[in-house]
Design a protein around this ligand. Structure first.
Ligand code: GDP
Length: 290
């Protein structure tokens, strides 16, 4: 990892270690404090921050450096490894025939993300279709249809039909020849019983290979509660954190990912269908601690 590519606070903390004459408890404590501050500012859950801090401290002082590594490199390496552990390696979404179901609260960016994901797979040469099973939000159908048509992506929806599982079933029937079938589901403003039930019903029909939870980077501590509820309902296989192009650092959503033991699959970095990136731990850490 190149120090100069890192975000400000993390770079400062690691530079202090890199230029120290001697690695001792005071130095490690100071560097950890700086990393803690940055993580908390990014909305990472306090419990996770404390766990990470304690692990870094004890490893840095107790473990012997690997052969050929000086004590400074040793500590920097531990900090880096533990940060990677925190953000995870990312969900593996293979480029093969599969059904993908998107879930999330209203406003999280689900509809936009459906078009972004479709664009991503289409550009990889996979035949991609989008099915609008969001029969709840007025406007979802038109919004998704317009986004897909602009990208030349096959769109299936049934305007006026409020039976979301039936729309999903018909959509799958109509898109059999496609490699990737993305099913957008309805969100609500909050976690309500009917949302959870509808999601389960659609899930039973779609039997998706991937169930991706779309979360707004600006979510703070309530991200965990959301992720837990969605995970219990459909057993999510990955998370897409949206709106990372804004000021939010995504630490709340990231904590939810860590707590539910899932991983981040993609990140959203803008409003256009091209603004989707595969999750990369290094870049995420730099962005979060920038
Ligand atoms: P849904 O209710 O979950 O389907 O949310 P939408 O897809 O309609 O998105 C809500 C708003 O967030 C829209 O104005 C989107 O353009 C915007 N949005 C979605 N993803 C991103 C993103 O990654 N970055 C930015 N800046 N805006 C986004």
């Amino acid at each position: 990892m190149v120090l100069d590519n890192l975000g400000g606070s993390l770079r400062n903390a690691l530079k202090k270690i890199a230029s120290a004459n001697k690695i001792d408890k005071a130095l490690v404590d100071e560097a950890v404090r700086e990393i803690q501050r940055a993580l908390l500012q990014a909305d990472v859950n306090v419990k996770l921050v404390m766990q990470l801090s304690n692990t870094i401290k004890s490893r840095a002082l107790d473990e012997k450096p690997a052969p050929g590594m000086n004590p400074r490199e040793h500590v920097i390496n531990i900090v880096y490894q533990e940060l990677i552990n925190l953000v995870g390696r990312g969900a593996d979404i293979p480029l093969k025939k599969q059904n993908i179901m998107l879930v999330g609260l209203q406003g999280s960016g689900k509809t936009t993300t459906a078009a972004k994901l479709a664009t991503f797979f289409q550009r990889k040469g996979l035949r991609t279709a989008v099915i609008c099973a969001d029969t709840f939000r007025a406007g979802a159908y038109d919004q998704l249809k317009a986004l897909c048509e602009k990208q030349g992506i096959f769109f299936y929806g049934e305007k006026g039909n409020t039976d979301a599982p039936a729309v999903a079933r018909n959509g799958l029937e109509a898109t059999k020849k496609y490699d990737i079938r993305i099913v957008d589901t309805a969100g609500r403003h909050a976690l309500e019983g009917d949302l959870i039930q509808e999601m389960k019903d659609i899930h039973a029909v779609v039997n998706a290979d991937q169930k991706l939870l779309v979360m707004d980077a600006a979510l703070g501590q309530q991200a965990s509660e959301q992720a837990k509820a969605f995970n219990e309902a459909v057993n999510i296989t990955g998370v897409i954190i949206t709106k990372l192009d804004g000021t939010a650092k995504g630490g709340g959503a990231l904590s939810a990912v860590a707590e539910t033991k899932t991983s981040v699959a993609f990140i959203g970095v803008g409003e256009t269908p091209a603004d989707l990136e595969r999750f990369e731990a290094d870049r995420f850490i730099s962005r979060m601690l920038g």
